[in-house]
Structures are given as structure tokens and as C-alpha cells.
Design a protein around this ligand. Structure first.
Ligand SMILES: Cc1ncc(COP(=O)(O)O)c(C=O)c1O
Length: 409
């Protein structure tokens, strides 16, 4: 059981922030999340009290930074249950991580005729890098069919797999329909055929227990800002043997142990070879602080509470006859439209009542091939949301007709 009233006190933006004269109701957590004071303080502490560079200096201040930065890596390792901390690479976010995997591993391992499998429900960040890599090396991107509800099933993965399949890259939880992929089963199937599995964890890692050893994914990408951490920091997890066999996509200071004027370069071991340049130190520290905060609450508790919120919301929405819900049994965001109202107009209506929800294609621009609607509204929750906020949201759903009235007047 979560003490949500107590939890909300931890978030400055839930204590006094208003929008259009109403207390903020923030239901766009799929885009980014609010930050608790403890995360803000950890970032400020670095910037105020020990803001040296990492892995650079031979003086106490620099060692202090190294300690915090490497401790942050250990906390990430613990959070996702990785075997070793060297499997944790700090990046700028999910997009950066997926690009590193596609160009650093995909491009160097795929050959003419090889196949990458994705779905039409993927975010652009797990689609566009694969399109480009495929173009560059002569591989092809093919699609695993979604079932009639929009889910990715093992059966459909099996059907789509061919002898040419070398990489399966899919979201653990999709960002519009919010369905969970059966990751463990997919990995078991893929590995028995020598296929590498890349998991986009942007919408899963913030909301549930993540255990990379249990699911056995080969790579996992996620962002700090979607889990109470700062923006500009994220993680690329990779099995150590794969990281050793992967090319860094950026080179520079911090990633090499030596080089000479003939261009002979010796790279450091993973993860450092992938972290060229001054890292986002306060980002890593803030992310570790966010993970500590989440672990204190308990990821199982967070998952259960969000599930309860979602069910409460969907049950109330299902009673409205002016609303189309596209994923009534979602385990993530709720995708919907107000009948006859363009999604962005509807989002403005919600805004006028202080409610932040997302409208549009949500960076999943080929999902319309499945959904058969070009844009949707998306309400996405986090553990600090309340049933009262959902009541306020549902009341505005009912007012969707106000738009039509105003239009036809
Ligand atoms: C499923 C999914 N993948 C990737 C991303 C990209 O994350 P970021 O913008 O933090 O790199 C998002 C962001 O919304 C997402 O939802």
C-alpha cells in the first residue's frame, strides 16, 4: 500500500503549481515525470559542493566525484539486477542508447540480407536507427504482426522469425497502447536461434521491477527523466560479452587508454569506452537518487498502485459514450479520443482545466497502420497520481461535447 498523500509532499510541483488557474493534474508521465525534492537536492549538492570532473583529476575533489559517479552506476546495476556494474553505460537517454546499439552493434554485425524485426507500435527511437542501419548494410527491417488488441505475442514473434533474423528490437511496454511484451519468452525463443534481443525499456523500467538476468535481454535502453530523474541521462545496459564486441559510436577523452600519432588507439574496457567526453555527472547522480527513492517505495508497490489507478480510470471512461478507448486492458497509458473532436483541440480543453495530457502520434508514427486513427489522446499515470485527479480528468472527458457545441453554434 502506498501512502500517496505523503508521497505527494515529496514533489514540489504537486504542491502549489497551477495551470490555467487550476491545481496541476499531471497525466503526461509517459513523456516525462515530476521530480521529488531528494533528486533535486542530490543534483544541487553536486553542483554546489563537489562539482569537479569525473575520471580526470589526481586530487581529492576529483576522487570524490569519481566515487559518487561510480556509486551511481552500482545503484543502476542493482535497480535492473545486472550481473556486473561494467554492463551499465551512461547515455543521454533511451534514444541515445538505442542509437548506440543500432550503430555500434547492429551495423558492425549485420550483413546483406539479414533481418531486423520490430513492430509498428515502436517509438521512432526504436525504428529510425534500424531503418538507417538496414539501409547502410543491406539488411531489411520487417514487422512482427500485433494481435487484434495491439499486443506483441510470442506466437507472432515465432511466425515472423526467419533464418535471416538476427535482431529483434521491441518495447517492453509500448508508449501508446501500453501493452507488455513477453520479454522472457521472446528472449528464450530468440536465443535458441542465435538472435539478439534489444529491449526498449523507456516505458517499462520506471513502472515495474526490472531484472535483466531474469528476462535475459541482450540490450536494454531507458531514460532517467521518465523515472523521477533528471533529463539528459539514460542507460544502455548490454551483456558484458556483447559490449566487448561492440563499437563505440563516439570517441574522445575518457574512452581510450592510449593512442599514438600513427592513429593506433587502445580503447578502455566497457563501459568507459562508450562514455567519451565529460559525462553528465549530475544526471547520473540524480538518476541514482531517483532509483533509490523508487526502490524505497518498492517497484512492486508502484506497479500495483498504478494498475489500480488505471483500472479505476478505464472503468469510469467506459461509462462515457462520447469516448473511444483504444486499449481498454492497457498495462500502461490509456489511448483514447473524444468522439468527433480533434485530439489537439481536446488536449487544449484539458489544459484549460489544469490537466496535462498528450495529443498526437506520440512519436509512434506508423502505429496508425494498426489503429486506423491518425492521432489519439494519451493519459499516462505515475504513482503520485490520485483517484481524485482521475475524477477531475473524467469530468473533462464528459465536457468534450462543449467543443462540438461551440463548433456548431
Ligand atoms: C517507448 C519509448 N521509447 C523511446 C523513447 C525516447 O525516450 P527519450 O526521449 O527519453 O530518449 C520514448 C519516449 O517517450 C518512449 O516512450
Amino acid at each position: 500500500m502506498l501512502d500517496v498523500a505523503q508521497i505527494r509532499k515529496d514533489f514540489p510541483m504537486l504542491n502549489g503549481k497551477t495551470m490555467q488557474g487550476h491545481p496541476l493534474v499531471y497525466l503526461d508521465n509517459g513523456a516525462t515525470t515530476l521530480k521529488p525534492q531528494v533528486v533535486i537536492d542530490s543534483v544541487c549538492d553536486y553542483l554546489t559542493n563537489y562539482s569537479g570532473n569525473a575520471h580526470r583529476g589526481d586530487y581529492d575533489l576529483s576522487h570524490e566525484v569519481d566515487e559518487h559517479y561510480e556509486k551511481s552506476r552500482e545503484i543502476v546495476q542493482k535497480f535492473i539486477h545486472a550481473k556486473r556494474k561494467e554492463e551499465i553505460v551512461f547515455t543521454s537517454g533511451t534514444t541515445d542508447s538505442l542509437n548506440m546499439i543500432a550503430y555500434g552493434y547492429g551495423l558492425t554485425h549485420l550483413q546483406q540480407g539479414d533481418e531486423i524485426l520490430i513492430t509498428v507500435a515502436e517509438h521512432a527511437s526504436n525504428t529510425l536507427p534500424w531503418f538507417d542501419v538496414a539501409r547502410q548494410c543491406g539488411a531489411v527491417v520487417n514487422y512482427i504482426e500485433l494481435d487484434e488488441t495491439g499486443r506483441l505475442t510470442l506466437e507472432n514473434v515465432q511466425k515472423a522469425t526467419t533464418d535471416q533474423t538476427k535482431i529483434i528490437a521491441v518495447a517492453e511496454v509500448t508508449n501508446v497502447l501500453g501493452y507488455h511484451a513477453p520479454m522472457k519468452d521472446i528472449c528464450e525463443w530468440a536465443h535458441s536461434r542465435g538472435i539478439i534481443v534489444v529491449a526498449d525499456g523507456a516505458q517499462s523500467v520506471p513502472h515495474q521491477v526490472t531484472d535483466v538476468q531474469e528476462t535475459d535481454v541482450d540490450f536494454l535502453a531507458f531514460s532517467g527523466h521518465k523515472m523521477c530523474g533528471p533529463t539528459g541521462i539514460g542507460v544502455m545496459y548490454g551483456k558484458y560479452e556483447l559490449l566487448k564486441d561492440m563499437k563505440p559510436t563516439r570517441l574522445g577523452g575518457g574512452s581510450n587508454s592510449r593512442y599514438n600519432s600513427c592513429g593506433v588507439v587502445t580503447l578502455k574496457k566497457p563501459p568507459y569506452r562508450f562514455e567519451a567526453g565529460t559525462p553528465h555527472i549530475e544526471g547520473a547522480i540524480g538518476l541514482a537518487s531517483a532509483m533509490g527513492y523508487l526502490m524505497n517505495i518498492g517497484m512492486d508497490n508502484i506497479y500495483q498502485y498504478e494498475e489500480e489507478l488505471r483500472q479505476y480510470c478505464i472503468e469510469k471512461m467506459q461509462k462515457l459514450d462520447n469516448v473511444d478507448i483504444y486499449n481498454p486492458d492497457s498495462q500502461g497509458a490509456v489511448a483514447f479520443n473524444i468522439k468527433g473532436v480533434f485530439s489537439q483541440d481536446a488536449a487544449s480543453l484539458f489544459n484549460s482545466y489544469g490537466i496535462a495530457i498528450r495529443a498526437g502520434q506520440h512519436c509512434a508514427k506508423i502505429l496508425d497502420e494498426f489503429l486506423k486513427v491518425s492521432t489519439t489522446l494519451r493519459a499516462s499515470f505515475y504513482f503520485y497520481n490520485t483517484k481524485e485527479e482521475i475524477d477531475a480528468f473524467v469530468e473533462v472527458c464528459k465536457k468534450g461535447d462543449d467543443f462540438l457545441d461551440a463548433f456548431f453554434k
